[in-house]
Design a protein. Structure first.
Lengths: 249, 249
DNA sequence: GATTCGTTTTGATATAGATCAAATGGGTGG
DNA sequence: CCACCCATTTGATCTATATCAAAACGAATC
């Protein structure tokens, strides 16, 4: 199941076909419009005129490309990854509905990583120049955007901690707890879900090899903390997972 | 030489005594005022009324404290660090003149890490509420602040890559090259400098133990790539360092 | 100027996780 | 429906770095 397709760019679809206004979007409370008034959301809606389907394996943007827009994940699942000059790859994050992609490009005007869909997905394109102008008019939008960027900084701090000081099983526990919490915030089960990424991608994110990820999954299953079957995960003992993460046993 | 002093908070000094307007500050091209017009800088100056001395070992802010302001490093050197529940510590960054501290607090309203001075330093306090209001009036300030936050995201991406895929010597090479480049951008030598942090702090940042840091330094010295004497570093062969970093030999 | 404490270096040994290897099992495309 | 390609699991072995230990060195203190 090789997912890196040869297509380089997503295919824009007829905007009308996918038109779902922010105002009507069930993600509005966790996405960019969070905290905006109705009028403000309407203004944002005028900006977000392009909704795009991204097929599994396709990239929303790639490292080196000129930065033009940020993207809100409307549905589906993405990974972002950076690549060293000699081709080693680091997954820097996984993104799900309501989360924002592409903020890495603002600083230098070009993207520093790739954003690749791990399943067929939909994104809302938010042209950055216009977004900046709008957030200049709408203080609450500006405020919220700053929060979104700040939270991304804090998230990455957490990953640095994970990579810097935690052991293999602690890392996997942290990863599962984080997924659980984010899925839960979106109305899904906190204890039962399907992973969208491979063991190798999990490993890359957590700074370990796929075999080590697999062994940690097996260990958790042996200890009756989770039940795993391929991509299906059922957390049987959330507290045990939290203890592994927190107490660093 | 224990630097964690018992004082919890920096001592505000008479603002007049330290008054150096952004307009006159030699950091204005790399700090927040970068790209602002004279008039805009004057507006920013009205905001930055508190300049504070921070003594070595003192914290500008600590994890858990309420977020009220961001801080520009005017002189000196800082580390930021996050701590796990069981007390393990991860240095998440080192900051020097012109760089901004505290952006981690915007998202959740409280800081997620400590910012500690590694030498006697000075910072400019920028009350966030007022800054947000001003950046709302001054588009170029807003634009620049977004860039600063985005660059922080990209920097952390780089650290994730470092921690995730690189080997000990590659990490140290990356670290030295980064320091070199930042010092150079501030008018200091790119090849000769004094480290402000201990081997242990370097190790924490790079996800390795202080002994491993020391061994990597010794190896570089043996290979005539650098000359080290305690905190003094002289890079003899920048290209060799770049090759270690880039080619991942 | 001696003392002390913390930092750094270096050596010896241990180990978590990487690497190598092989078997199993799903999903996908023909 | 079959065949093939990946993904995953599990075992055996290896290795980069951690850990343990001790000596040397410097900077601050009395």
């Amino acid at each position: 199941m090789k997912i890196e397709s040869s297509r380089q760019r997503p295919i824009p679809v007829d905007p009308g076909a996918l038109k779902t206004a922010c105002a009507d979007c069930n993600l509005r409370e966790i996405c960019l419009p969070a905290g905006l008034s109705h009028d403000d959301i309407d203004q944002l809606d005028e900006l977000v005129y392009t909704r795009i389907k991204v097929r599994r394996g396709d990239a929303v943007f790639r490292a080196g490309e000129t930065f033009t827009a940020i993207y809100a994940v409307r549905s589906g699942f993405f990974k972002t990854r950076a690549t060293t000059q000699d081709g080693r790859e680091q997954v820097t994050g996984f993104s799900m509905a309501g989360e924002i992609l592409g903020m890495d490009g603002i600083g230098l005007g070009s993207h520093s990583c790739d954003a690749v869909a791990l399943e067929d997905s939909e994104i809302c394109t938010i042209p950055y120049a216009q977004f900046e102008a709008l957030s200049h008019q709408v203080p609450s939008l500006q405020r919220h955007f700053h929060k979104v960027m700040s939270r991304e900084i804090v998230r990455e701090n957490g990953v640095m901690m994970l990579l810097g000081v935690m052991r293999a099983e602690e890392r996997l526990a942290a990863f599962l707890l984080n997924l659980s919490q984010r899925l839960n915030a979106r109305g899904y089960s906190a204890v039962e879900f399907h992973l969208r990424m491979t063991r190798e991608e999990i490993g890359s994110y957590l700074g370990m090899k796929l075999e080590t990820v697999s062994r940690a999954f097996s260990k958790f299953q042996t200890d009756n903390i989770i039940k795993v079957d391929q991509k299906y995960v059922h957390i049987l003992d959330l507290d045990a997972l939290r203890k592994i993460y927190a107490h660093h046993t």
